[in-house]
Design a binder for this molecule. Structure first.
Ligand SMILES: NC(=O)c1ccc[n+]([C@@H]2O[C@H](COP(=O)([O-])OP(=O)(O)OC[C@H]3O[C@@H](n4cnc5c(N)ncnc54)[C@H](O)[C@@H]3O)[C@@H](O)[C@H]2O)c1
Length: 378
């Protein structure tokens, strides 16, 4: 694969500017926005690993005020949003203020949420530093905080002024978080790019994670996924139709995350939850005769071999179902799913019964490559 140079994925709402040499473009954009004050939101890891590079490369940011949160999902909280709003007020921020979110999905979701409500909305730019954020979270203007153990229950649709992707930031990302982000790339391929899925499935996840951050392989994957997401978002910003495809794997995935948060059952990476959720959704797709058993086997084999097995004890299933019922992706009391007709082709708004979802969760527990035919016919 050829190394890609800088690209602008041009869209009306939020341009995605991709590539290692985009710092001058960022510099020009910030200057052109004439912000009264610039804030850079970071967590401790992006403060250490990414901020020096940003400061060295963009002179306009020399006087920016750094706002720091603790890394991790629990920071995506209303309490943190309130603390940040108070800080912005204390610093006398007016409507021309600009927030730059330098971090993973937690920083961009929280920073976007803070920007969207402060003084009824100030501008923000996302600079994603994790694979999850480069390929998905930083794009599309969905902002959120968690409420209690419920994921993303309060938020807004509020687009960033731009998204700048510098793949080199991935050099310091942990392998676990790289794997987690890769799950969203697999998701994007499955719902929107069959060719990309064919490329991906030729490389086991363990092999993919060994590929250096600044390689054409990652450049290609990030650019393809970011472009796909941005196109979908442009056509359906408020998730009335097509954008629902991006929720593939998330109905079960978010419920698993909420369950893990509630029970303190240990850290569950968003992407690992989504990978398990995709297995469940693929099983439902086959159960409802959208997807062939052969495709079910191929997709689930890839996910099982590449992502940690998440075991849901039988007596925990009702609780996981409970989280799904209170998730946003429900209609008229039924849990609805994005399913697959084939890799690259999603089917939207498919209601599934509690019994079907229970079976899907049992399938996630039990699937071993080549053993699935028995569970499908039961
Ligand atoms: N808004 C959306 O459309 C959308 C889409 C997908 C996911 N999300 C959200 O994104 C979040 C998950 O994102 P995430 O996986 O990026 O989580 P994260 O922001 O917690 O980042 C993962 C970890 O990696 C560290 N990190 C980030 N960049 C680094 C770097 N370059 N070097 C070293 N360490 C680095 C962070 O400090 C953190 O500890 C979830 O809350 C999820 O709900 C949102």
């Amino acid at each position: 694969m050829q190394k890609l140079s800088n690209r602008i994925v041009t869209v009306n709402r939020s341009p995605v500017i991709f590539g290692p040499d985009s710092y001058p473009a960022l510099d020009r954009l910030v200057k052109s926005m004439h912000p009264h004050r610039v804030f850079i939101l970071v967590d401790e890891n992006t403060h250490q690993h990414c901020m020096p590079q940003l400061f060295n490369s963009v002179t306009t940011l020399a006087g920016a005020k750094v706002l720091k949160i603790t890394g991790g999902e629990s920071s995506k909280s209303f309490d943190n949003a309130v603390a940040l709003w108070k800080e912005l007020l204390t610093l006398g921020t007016d409507r021309s203020g600009l927030i730059i979110n330098l971090g993973g999905g937690v920083v961009s979701d929280l920073g976007g949420f803070v920007a969207s409500n402060f003084l009824r909305g100030i501008r923000y730019i996302n600079i994603p530093t994790s694979l999850m954020a480069m390929s998905d979270a930083a794009i599309g203007g969905k902002t959120a905080v968690n409420v209690g153990f419920m994921k993303n229950q309060v938020g807004s649709f509020y687009p960033p002024a731009a998204i700048f992707i510098f793949p080199l930031f991935l050099e310091t990302l942990s392998r676990d978080h790289l794997r987690s982000g890769f799950a969203e790339i697999v998701k994007s391929a499955l719902i929107g790019n069959e060719g990309l899925w064919k490329k991906i499935k030729a490389h086991p996840v363990s092999e993919v994670l060994d590929i250096p951050a600044d390689s054409p392989f990652w450049h290609h994957l990030i650019l393809a996924t970011a472009t796909l997401k941005n196109r979908i978002v442009e056509r359906d910003f408020r998730e009335k139709k097509e954008r629902k495809a991006l929720n593939f794997g998330h109905t079960i995935g978010h419920a698993l995350e909420s369950y893990f948060m509630q029970t303190g059952a240990g850290e569950l990476f968003h992407g690992d939850a989504v990978a398990a959720g995709m297995m469940g959704a693929v099983w439902l797709s086959a159960k409802k005769n959208f997807l062939s058993p052969a495709q079910l086997e191929v997709v689930c084999r890839y996910l099982r071999e590449g992502f940690p097995r998440i075991k849901i004890e039988n007596d925990a299933i009702p609780e996981v179902l409970g989280f799904m019922k209170s998730d946003k992706k429900r209609m008229a009391g039924l849990v609805t799913f994005t399913l697959l007709a084939k890799p690259g082709t999603p089917v939207l708004n498919i209601p599934c019964s509690e019994d079907e979802v229970t079976e899907a969760l049992e399938f996630i527990n039990s699937f071993s490559p080549s053993h699935h035919e028995k569970s499908l016919s039961q």
